[in-house]
Design a protein around this ligand. Structure first.
Ligand SMILES: NC(=O)c1ccc[n+]([C@@H]2O[C@H](COP(=O)([O-])OP(=O)(O)OC[C@H]3O[C@@H](n4cnc5c(N)ncnc54)[C@H](O)[C@@H]3O)[C@@H](O)[C@H]2O)c1
Length: 352
């Protein structure tokens, strides 16, 4: 076996909920070699032993001793920056979970370090790796809906009370917009292009926490299209990506849509990939034609890790690099900023 054919040696920093999910995928495919895990939590050692993986309390020690080819950073957001930069300083590509960081300032430090060390960063917005997203994007880019004009997006769900036992989820920095809505913002950026400005109203009436439980957000895209995202984690409704995409086995699957992307020549509903248009170009009595775009389903979490191995071994360009992850964060943070000021917020004012 040549070196290029050997499994890719990947370590995981942070072996909590999502770190363990990555480890289960790394162990499930022989193209990966999950070489070690680092986490100071008392339960981490026994967990990693159960996975036949060496355990380190100190991630820097692990990076220096194990010398992985790539690292998955799955720690709390506030330490994404220090862990990711420690990898980059050692020439190790990092796949950092979303959000890239907890502040724009912190995210920018990652962007700068990636440039300085010329080492790639992949930001873990896994939905981008769902093949249906690529098909939708290519269809839109090839003119499938004509000129993009209006977008309606939904992220509507009810989280159990137990979810809010963790205090940080009840405070600014938690809440549905930064925990879930950031994925929708990233999907909208992937499908509709850059977001120029954001105007938002938020409410905490349903749960009464310091952070919002509901938001109504309006986006102006750089291509001139306008869009809305309605998000709440306090409603019983099936219009959330985890339910409609079928990519999360913990959720029921409902054949519904979360993004309606509407243009002059037709509209694309995502994730069903139903393409709608009028038979005769529009008009009150003009019947609709529905055509479903074809794609081959694949698990976006596994696709994301496979893409990471191609970045490491073959220099593939990250689907979402540190700069892109920072733009997604900026457009998401603009929601709270606009809700506070009551004014539209230009994303570039937060980003640049
Ligand atoms: N892509 C997604 O859909 C998705 C879903 C959930 C969480 N996430 C992201 O994954 C990250 C982790 O979230 P989680 O839900 O797994 O949190 P978690 O609290 O379950 O796990 C975080 C782990 O990091 C460990 N940790 C803390 N400090 C550390 C350090 N200095 N070195 C090594 N490990 C350290 C903790 O002990 C803990 O085990 C967050 O950034 C979160 O936003 C992404």
């Amino acid at each position: 076996m040549t070196n290029a054919e050997k499994p890719v040696r990947i370590a995981v920093v942070g072996t909590g909920f999502i770190g363990r999910r990555h480890i289960s995928f790394l162990k499930g495919d022989s193209i990966f070699d999950p070489v070690a895990g680092a986490d100071p939590a008392p339960e981490a050692k026994a967990y990693l032993a159960s996975q036949d993986m060496p355990h380190f309390s100190d991630y820097r020690k692990m990076l220096d001793e194990v010398k992985p080819e790539g690292v998955v950073v799955a720690t709390p957001n506030a330490i994404h920056e220090e862990v990711t930069i420690a990898c980059l300083e050692r020439g190790i590509p990092a796949m950092v979970e979303k959000p890239i960081a907890h502040t724009i300032e912190s995210a920018r430090k990652i962007v700068d370090a990636a440039k300085r060390h010329k080492v790639p960063v992949l930001v873990g917005h896994h939905r981008r790796h769902n093949p249906l997203m690529r098909v939708a994007r290519e269809f839109i880019e090839s003119g499938g809906i004509g000129q993009m004009i209006a977008i309606a997006a939904y992220d509507l769900r009810r989280k159990p009370e137990s979810y809010y036992k963790a205090a940080w989820r009840r405070e600014p920095g938690g809440g549905p917009m930064l925990i879930n809505g950031i994925h929708d913002v990233d999907c909208l950026r992937a499908l509709c292009g850059e977001i120029e400005s954001v105007m938002a109203l938020t409410a905490n009436r349903a749960r009464g926490f310091p952070v919002e439980d509901t938001a109504a957000v309006t986006f102006r895209f750089e291509n001139g299209a306008l869009g809305n995202l309605t998000i709440s984690d306090a409603v019983q409704a099936p219009w959330a990506w985890e339910v409609t995409s079928g990519e999360e086995p913990d959720y029921p699957y409902m054949h519904e849509d979360t993004y309606l992307i509407c243009g002059s020549e037709g509209s694309l509903a995502v994730p069903t990939l139903n393409h709608w248009r009028n038979e005769n170009g529009g008009g009150r009595a003009d019947p609709f034609i529905r055509k479903r775009l074809f794609y081959v389903p694949a698990d976006p979490w596994v696709e994301e890790l496979r893409h990471f191995t191609r970045i490491i071994r073959h220099g593939e360009k990250p689907l979402l690099d540190a700069d892109g992850g920072t733009r997604t964060l900026a457009a998401t943070l603009a929601v709270a900023e606009s809700a506070k000021s009551g004014r539209p917020v230009a994303v570039k004012d937060l980003y640049s």
